[in-house]
Design a binder for this molecule. Sequence first.
Ligand code: PA5
Length: 436
Amino acid sequence: METLKLNLSRTLGFISPAEISALKPEMERYNRMLHDKTGKGNDFLGWVGLPSSITASQVEEIQDAAHGLASLAEVVVVIGIGGSYLGAKSVIEALSDSFEMLKAQRTAPLVLFAGQNLSEDYMCELLDVLKNRSIAVVVISKSGTTTEPAIAFRIFKAEIEARYGKAEAAKRIVAVTDANRGALRTLATQEGYKTFVIPDDVGGRFSVLTPVGLLPLAAAGIDIRDLVRGAVDMEKATCPDAPFEANPAMQYAAARNALYRKGRKVEILASYEPKLQYIAEWWKQLYGESEGKEGKGIFPASVTLTADLHSMGQYIQEGERMLFETVIHVEKSSHSVMVEPDPANLDGLNFLVGKSLTEINHKAEEGTAMAHVDGGVPNLRIELPRIDAYTIGALLYFFENACGISGYALGVNPFDQPGVEAYKKNMFALLGKPGY
Ligand code: PA5
């Protein structure tokens, strides 16, 4: 499997191999608990065996629905928030051309997002840009009652019905929601929308490999078969029978918990590929919502480098030493740009002639890792051979599995999010919702 490797060599000055090995029994027990469903939150462990349980006919049904939307619309608006948004957004960003939006020739509809905020400007500007483009909507909400996507869907339902009439609107709207419960399920049944089910035992932030992620990705023209294949291979590589030493998820969970126990309270996920910026946003939700409770948890932060070396670099190098850094290294890029000679050499860069941007980027990465380690920041490195659907599928499952293990190592239930309700209660009271 040419997918993902974890390199802990730059953590050695901070945690010893013996300290990592000492955590082996603990990590093995927690991984086993995930698979045996014997730990906290065990009614939300449907994601554990999810990749290998996805059938060809499920994938086909998703592809068919995506093709149906693509045949009707230039733009598919995906409505959702949190776990019903970040998985699809992050994979589309990772696997699409960076300037997809400006491309004249498209083979798949453009996928845009709504319902992930309450900004009036965002909504108006989105509606405005869609005025002369044909549209379809994928509305995603497990509960079916989340305020942000529910408001956005109310607006888009009205827009689609006004444009195409109610019968045609029903062909242009697909709902992804609970099998039986919730306002969205009721509405979808009433209006005759095509629907996909979010399994009961898969929480929002672990749902990227369900139709929550797969339908928008298929609509964007992404090869979801390859994505699932990568996740299946990672499911095998991280199973409880895979030896601790060769199990990247258990190694990652062990290293980050060893560091946390030594006072490293903030983990920065760093990448030198801007395409991975939203993977970091997805990761922040996964780890933040899973671990941040009961006064515990590693705070997940992220940077995109080298850009953020010119903004956050100072703090990482010399600020408070409660950080560690996990770098996603990408070995090969998909394109080639070389530095060409310039006879005047006013910028003094002729020493780089013949080098590709990737070679330079890799040296920047190596130099930064050395500097950060010297500055007292342990560095973990996740190594990807390249960015494609297969490796991203593997990366997603790797992070999910390690997150479950890490949450158990912290002693929390990694699969609930009771704290998320607090803002909602205040907001509803302030807005005068009956009963609040
Ligand atoms: O991880 C989670 O559970 C949350 O982020 C939810 O996905 C998010 O709040 C959206 O919920 P819903 O899908 O019910 O609209």
